[in-house]
Design a protein around this ligand. Structure first.
Ligand SMILES: NC(=O)c1ccc[n+]([C@@H]2O[C@H](COP(=O)([O-])OP(=O)(O)OC[C@H]3O[C@@H](n4cnc5c(N)ncnc54)[C@H](O)[C@@H]3O)[C@@H](O)[C@H]2O)c1
Length: 274
């Protein structure tokens, strides 16, 4: 039980990698505060997580013995995040881990000079500024505790470019910059900040993930062909499983990584090794 006694907040927990992390954290003994927007966002071309999906994640965690608090919160809304974090702190008395996982993959699929300003702002607002806002909301609590682990779910798109994904790539590169700067700010108070960079993750029905399919759709890859298309570019000839990413998150959340901060951990089957 590597997370016994710890309380973790996970954003974007209704489905996908957020759900995979939540379930893995519960299995390792953590109590959980699960946040999600639970609504569709104007400008995002696919449905986001729902309130019933968030409750399903919570049920899966409770089945594994975790105490769970759920809250609807948009990472674009700093007051809402502060309220959720304060409620979590009141509920648990501590916040040991924050996983900044909430993210959107579109609007994407257009050349850099054809992105509208609204599309650009939306992507940066959710995928980069959202991570900063949640970090700001937990900062004082973790500083007072003199302990904490913040895990920023970036992407291989935080390390290399992808054609027709300038907004997402810029946001995820920004997340890595945020990670390094925040790691230095928090190091004196023993709060660690690391980035986790998954490669192409299979949309596992068990967690109802859908980002890979949506990325493929925005690149006009025909439905049903996208997994094979993504596998072709993987040195290990396989897509990443959500559980692989969750396992790395458990390690970053645990005391086993106590000297690891400001790091970028890739779970990409060697994609960025080339
Ligand atoms: N799936 C992949 O292949 C992949 C690869 C690399 C990185 N990532 C990153 O992993 C994270 C999770 O992606 P996923 O694959 O699970 O996607 P997903 O779309 O399946 O899940 C994302 C969750 O985030 C929530 N969310 C979106 N915008 C939000 C907002 N403004 N406020 C609060 N919650 C919000 C959604 O409702 C949804 O439940 C994202 O940051 C993504 O960029 C995914």
């Amino acid at each position: 039980m590597r997370l016994d006694g710890k309380t973790a907040i996970i954003t974007g927990a209704a489905r996908g990698l957020g759900r995979a992390c939540a379930v893995a954290f519960a299995r390792e003994g953590a109590d959980l505060v699960l946040l999600d927007v639970c609504a569709d966002l104007p400008g995002v071309s696919y449905p986001l997580g729902s309130a019933s999906q968030l409750e399903h994640t919570a049920d899966l965690c409770r089945e594994r013995g975790a105490a769970v608090l759920t809250r609807q919160a948009d990472v674009r809304d700093l007051p809402a995040l502060r309220q959720a974090v304060d409620a979590a702190h009141g509920w648990s008395g501590r916040i040991d881990v924050l996983v900044n996982n909430a993210g959107i993959a579109t609007p994407s699929g257009t050349p850099t000079d054809e992105i509208t300003e609204d599309e650009w702002q939306l992507m940066i607002d959710v995928d980069l500024s959202g991570a900063w806002r949640a970090t700001a909301a937990v900062g004082k609590i973790m500083t007072a505790q003199r302990s904490g682990s913040i895990i920023n779910v970036a992407s291989t798109a935080g390390l290399v470019g992808y054609r027709h994904f300038a907004g997402y790539v810029a946001a995820k590169h920004g997340v890595i910059g945020l990670t390094k700067a925040a790691a230095l700010d928090f190091a004196p108070v023993k709060v660690r900040v690391n980035a986790l960079c998954p490669g192409s993750v299979r949309d596992d029905p068990a967690v109802e993930g859908r980002m890979l399919a949506e990325i493929a759709r925005s690149l006009r890859v025909p439905d049903g062909e996208h997994e094979a298309a993504f596998v072709q570019s993987q040195p290990m000839n396989a897509l990443i499983e959500p559980a692989d990413v969750a396992e790395a998150a458990v390690w970053l959340a645990s005391d086993g990584s106590r000297q690891v901060t400001g790091s970028v951990v890739t779970v990409d089957g060697g994609f960025t090794a080339r």
